[in-house]
Ligand binder design. Structure first.
Ligand code: NI
Length: 186
C-alpha cells in the first residue's frame, strides 16, 4: 500500500522516533513493505517511518535507482529496525542531498564517509554492518529522520538563506510532488 509522505513543517518529522519493540508489533513486515512500496512509487532511494507519519525507528534504503552513477549500489537494499550508529569515520564527504519530505530543495551535506550500524532486520536478526560512500550517506540521512533531523539542518548558512523561501512555501502547503503528500500542521 502506498502511503502519503509527510512534508517539511509536519511535527512528526521533528520528533525523536520511538524504539520498536518487535514483540508488541503485529504488522511490522507489512508496514515495512508499505514503506518500500511508497519509496519506490516516489522514486526515492530511502524512507524513514516518520516520513509516513509513524514515529518509530524504522528505515528503508534502496540504491538501485542510483546504480547508473554508483555501480556499487546495484542490488543495495536494506530494511532496518532500531538502527544504531556504532562507528563513524573521521574522513568526511560532501554531496548535494534531497528528501521526499522536502520536494524541490537540495543542499550540500558533509557527513562521515564510513559508518558502522547495528540494527534488526525484518526477520529480527541483529546485524552489524559497515557502509561507505553513498550507502553510508543514505543511511545517515534516514537515521537523521529518526532523531527529528532533516538534511537542511546541515546546510551552510548561505544555503539555508537561499532555501528559506522554498521551505516556507512547503510549510504553507505549496508543495509540488509527483506523489501524495501530507502535513500534520493544524
Ligand atoms: Ni529524507
Amino acid at each position: 500500500m502506498i502511503l502519503p509522505i509527510y512534508v517539511y513543517g509536519s511535527e512528526v518529522l521533528r520528533n525523536k522516533a520511538e524504539i520498536v519493540d518487535p514483540s508488541s508489533e503485529e504488522n511490522l513486515k507489512e508496514f515495512i513493505d508499505n514503506m518500500v512500496e511508497t519509496m519506490h512509487h516516489a522514486d526515492g532511494c530511502g524512507l524513514a517511518a516518520p516520513q509516513v507519519g509513524v514515529s518509530k525507528r524504522i528505515l528503508v534504503v534502496d540504491g538501485n535507482e542510483l546504480a547508473d552513477t554508483w555501480p556499487e549500489l546495484k542490488g543495495f537494499h536494506r530494511e532496518m529496525i532500531n538502527p544504531e550508529l556504532t562507528e563513524e569515520s573521521k574522513e568526511t564527504s560532501s554531496y548535494e542531498e534531497g528528501c521526499l519530505s522536502i520536494p524541490g530543495v537540495t543542499a550540500e551535506v558533509i557527513r562521515p564517509k564510513r559508518i558502522k550500524v547495528r540494527y534488526l532486520n525484518p526477520d529480527l536478526t541483529e546485524v552489524e554492518e559497515e557502509f561507505d560512500d553513498f550507502a553510508a550517506r543514505m543511511i545517515q540521512h534516514e537515521m537523521d529522520h529518526l532523531n527529528g533531523m532533516m538534511f537542511v539542518d546541515h546546510a551552510s548558512p548561505i544555503r539555508k538563506k537561499m532555501i528559506a523561501g522554498k521551505l516556507a512555501n512547503i510549510v504553507k502547503g505549496k508543495v509540488h510532488a509527483a506523489y501524495r503528500t501530507k502535513t500534520d500542521r493544524k
